[in-house]
Write a new protein. Structure first.
Length: 356
């Protein structure tokens, strides 16, 4: 028997011993004054010892086999009652045969049974005690099985949730990589080889950083902003002075936990649809603040406004973000796309504030 299997065995016998010891003490004290205390202790502790052995050696395997078959409620009740009464009859008989010897030794030397049926005289009374033990044992085992099943279900659900979130997270990389390579090809076509080389190097740094992200559900806002800045370094090569960045993050918001790569696809949307389409310099603002137990993040630009696919939530970046937030925070989050103070699109996110 392995140590893991031995532990429940020891636990069962310890609890069973404690239960039957309490039974023996209560029975010994129940008739003080009617019988000698020495006889009561010897008789009731013998009775408890027999009950301990019968319940552990005979009844327990019966119930284990019954519960393993996942029986219906009527079947469980029938088996429990019949098994309890049968073992109670055996319990009564064994105790009676030993108890008569104790009576002769400690109370009345000439005591004897007038008939064989006297040996089973207390079966009905003892059956209630054994049935109580049976109901308690079956109830505990059933409750424990439900608890283990619930734990397995929660573990499976958690693993599925993590796998789904990871799949959503890694969906962003091919999407972003395609856009980045398209931008690099544009630089090459325009004979901007130096900028294309710089952009390839920075793209390598960004992809390396994304691969090194911890395998956790959340990162700090400071870590997330580092990824965003690496992405914007790439865009800065292509757009130059055309991209003006403003970051406003409250001091108490930097350590807030957010999903990894939450901001990058939204910032990418703002650059592509809000900044790159402008002829003059474009303004991109990223802000974050804490309001009580809520973290609020805003991404704004001064571009032409909300792109049709982004407004409907059909773009990969927006749809991916919505789904990730729904998976992680259910109804405890907010996500809004509208026109912001800068005149262009504004994406607002509100999630529960948590710190590492």
């Amino acid at each position: 028997m392995t140590s893991s299997a031995r532990a429940p065995e020891l636990s069962f016998w310890r609890l069973n011993l404690v239960g039957w010891f309490a039974f023996a003490v209560s029975m010994s004290l129940s008739r003080i004054g009617r019988f000698p205390i020495g006889y009561m202790i010897a008789s009731k502790f013998t009775m408890a010892l027999i009950g301990l052995l019968i319940s552990g050696i005979l009844l327990r395997p019966v119930f284990q086999r019954m519960l393993a078959g996942d029986p219906s409620l009527p079947r469980s009740i029938t088996i429990t009652v019949i098994a309890s009464y049968a073992t109670a009859a055996l319990w009564t008989a064994l105790h009676s045969l030993i108890d008569i010897q104790l009576v002769r030794a400690l109370v009345e030397p000439r005591a004897q049974y007038s008939s064989v049926w006297q040996i089973f005289g207390g079966t009905l009374y003892d059956a209630f005690a054994m049935l109580s033990w049976s109901v308690l044992y079956v109830g505990i085992k059933h409750q424990r099985a439900l608890h283990l099943e619930r734990e397995r279900s929660l573990r499976a659900e958690t693993l599925a949730q993590q796998a789904r979130l990871e799949a959503l997270r890694w969906q962003l990389n091919p999407h972003f990589l395609f856009n980045a390579l398209n931008a690099i090809s544009t630089l090459v076509i325009d004979n901007r080889a130096k900028e294309a080389t710089t952009m390839i190097a920075r793209l390598g740094d960004l992809l390396r950083s994304s691969l090194e992200l911890p395998a956790t559900a959340e990162v700090t806002l400071a870590e997330e902003m580092q990824m965003v800045r690496r992405y914007l370094d790439i865009e800065q090569v292509r757009l130059g002075e055309k991209l003006k960045l403003e970051v406003i993050v409250a001091d108490d918001a930097w350590n807030a936990l957010v999903p990894p790569m939450l901001l990058q696809p939204l910032v990418e949307n703002a650059v592509r649809h809000g900044i790159a389409v402008r002829r003059e310099q474009g303004h991109l603002r990223i802000s974050a603040s804490r309001a009580s137990d809520v973290l609020r993040i805003m991404i704004e630009d001064d571009g032409p406004g909300i792109a049709p696919d982004a407004e409907a939530g059909k773009g990969i970046g927006v749809a991916n973000t919505r789904e990730r937030l729904n998976h992680m925070y259910a109804n405890a989050h907010g996500f809004r796309i509208d026109r912001g103070e800068l005149g262009g699109a504004r994406v607002g996110i509100a999630i529960p504030f948590r710190e590492r």
